[in-house]
Design a binder for this molecule. Sequence first.
Ligand code: ADP
Ligand code: ZN
Ligand code: MG
Length: 509
Amino acid sequence: MTYETVIGLEIHAELSTKTKAFCACGYRFGAEVNTQCCPTCLGWPEASPVLNKSVVEYAIRLGLAADCTVNRVNTFFRKHYFYPDLPKGYQITQGERPICQIGRIEFFHRGEKRAVRINRIHIEEDTAKLLHDDAFKGTLLDFNRCGVPLLEIVTEPDLRGPDEVRDFLEAVRTLLVTLGISSGRMQEGVMRCDVNVSVRPLGQEKHNPRIEMKNVNTFSGAAQAAAYESKRQAEMLERGETYTQETRRWDEQKAETQPMRSKGDAADYRMFPDPDLPPIVLDDAWINEIKSALPELPVPKYERYINMGIAAAEAEMLTAQPERAAFLDACAAIGGAEPRGIAHWLFGAVSALHNRFGLPFEVSPITPQNLCDVLRMIEKGRINIDAGKRVLEEMFMASGKDSEADSEVDTGTNSEVNSEEPSRTDSKASSKKETPDQIIARLSLEQVSDEALLEAMVDEVLAANAQSITDYQNGKKNAFTYLVGQCMKASKGKANPQMVNMIIKNKIG
Ligand code: ADP
Ligand code: ZN
Ligand code: MG
């Protein structure tokens, strides 16, 4: 029997608003424990929650991007349950009528465009963090995360396999980042999901009962959990066993699921409208304003890059990395180089330099104009590819000293610092920065394309490498490459490699 896996996700995405959902507390990942809370997010009796307007705006942004209906009136509910990470004894969430409903999110899977239907997107608040302390042999609580705004995105059961789950989650992450509503930083746990899986014989229309795995916090975990459940359930069906709806725990370490609770003891959350929070009432003007300010969405962006002739893998990376995409768009606007080539350099030589110098892309010492200039000079034969790389390297070396020191201080911890850096670097750099032209002149990197000069050089190299010539003539292809290499070396890398190739071929081939 052939089986089909059916998967639906409930994705919790932490929003990057300046303050929490219902109070004025800020939230920064990694801040000292219990320093970012107040009576409201701790649920003390004097609490007076006030809805953060940005949370509503962010929810609408996502809803519009996901083709959802935005409900003009929607309400907050209290969902009651006991757990130590929930000091109020209830979580503020939304009920039957959430802010957004019925939409779809497109993504690419194995080069094909697919869509997952969205059932609902609602606003809710995060809970505290439990810290299990070995030395103390107990559990500690950090309430900083209490009341941080989340959007829960509930999909229809439209996914069919673990790889699709991973691609879809990546696409959602890219969408959130593109919309500017979440940092997308997985290492800070900003996206978590419940993975619902059922398995049915291929061709059967009715869904079998679902198994829900709660709070999976990595994309690979979600894919593995889906794969594990798909196999486990198919084996049960194969043995003729039936199963009922249940919640299981995904154990990342053991890579298996274990039972948590069955539908029978599913909680009754005693949901009722929150008397402290008035309904959200939205007017069309604001929604239209938000709609017209939406950025270009990932899927159209990806398609635009493909149409520009950029390779699929690079188009995908550009879609997921707004800074690089902006850089490429600026280069394309300047013109003079093929987008495909620009993308190639961006993810090749330029990325390699960023890695080597430990500089984040946002503080690149290279401007779009610089890269276009270098590429145009290569295209025109004024410098060769190696010299082009050398020019870029020089630009990194020149600006590297101060930027490098800065970046060591902020590495990965503080986004605010990063976002301020580009302007500082730009203004400082532009005043005294050497242009590619000046670098080429200073290092005399111009390519040698003078045929007589090159021929003399080749003759000298051939005279000194008689053995390699014999080897080549006896069929050793490597010997030819070696000879070209020797000529390039003799020219200090400046010879036109195509011409060197041709001259050697004419002489010994
Ligand atoms: P609950 O809050 O009880 O988990 P929701 O309606 O919020 O219920 O979420 C149900 C999730 O389970 C959705 O993502 C949906 O796509 C998924 N789902 C529903 N039925 C099935 C099924 N038979 N197989 C797999 N996933 C399912
Ligand atoms: Zn607070
Ligand atoms: Mg659920």
